[in-house]
Design a protein around this ligand. Structure first.
Ligand SMILES: [Zn+2]
Length: 235
């Protein structure tokens, strides 16, 4: 903090503070650890800026430098969602990253002298459209069978679980927030007795949407192509 003050950074902690800052040196710190997933932010952390807002503000601020600039933007929680096999978190923050890239592209188009590079640094989770449910039926399975179950989700699994009461009395509502609004009695019992409710919920939603995962760890880059396909179909 002393260093930031000494070097005359404007230290901002909320979306409004960031957007209103007129400084040409800004240090934003919007959460004690990770920011909320894009899909959850309005409900759980409305004072946090979006990745696109941060990108836009960074561009507006850095462009004041006559020598040019280098800006690095990361959509970082796509990786965390993938580790948790949370399809909704992955889509949420891939779309959020896409919005940020759009800000950069708009700037570059206007500026005419800026290069934008958007890449994935690694794959994660081995996500696939199509899983053991569709071993022999993939060609006949309509797109809606993959997309409609996902569209029911209002929050990521992290966001939904943040609403879970300590006594778990609202478990049914929490599951519905994650798109699991039609639990069978077996699934209800499984969730009630589970020590890792989030892991069970992500498995149940993936099963409904015929989404497969091969791992909770890193992989090659195929995952980003699946996400792009899912995203195009959600649009
Ligand atoms: Zn990772």
């Amino acid at each position: 903090m002393k260093v930031l003050e000494k070097d005359k950074y404007d230290f901002v902690e909320t979306r409004d503070e960031l957007l209103n800052s007129k400084s040409n040196k800004i240090w934003g710190s919007f959460a004690p650890s990770a920011l909320a997933y894009d899909l959850d932010r309005k409900t759980t952390k409305p004072s946090e800026p979006t990745l696109a807002e941060m990108t836009n503000k960074a561009l507006k601020t850095l462009k004041k430098d006559k020598d040019g600039f280098f800006l690095f933007v990361e959509g970082s929680k796509i990786d965390w969602a993938a580790h948790g096999n949370d399809t909704i978190g992955m889509i949420s923050d891939t779309l959020s990253f896409d919005d940020a890239v759009n800000e950069a592209l708009k700037f570059a188009k206007n500026d005419g002298n800026t290069m934008v590079i958007a890449v994935t640094d690694h794959g994660n989770s081995g996500i696939t459209m199509g899983n053991v449910n569709t071993n022999s039926s993939y060609p006949e399975t309509p797109v809606s069978a993959y997309i409609d179950p996902l569209k029911k989700a209002k929050m990521t699994v992290e966001g939904a679980l943040s609403k879970l009461k300590p006594d778990h009395s609202n478990l049914k509502e929490v599951a519905a927030l994650y798109g699991l609004d039609d639990l069978t009695s077996e699934e209800s019992a499984k969730l009630t007795s589970s020590k890792n409710i989030g892991a069970e919920m992500t498995k149940m939603l993936a099963n409904r949407a015929n989404i497969g995962f091969t791992t909770g760890g890193h992989t090659g880059k195929t995952f980003s192509y699946t996400l792009m396909a899912l995203q195009n179909r959600l649009d």
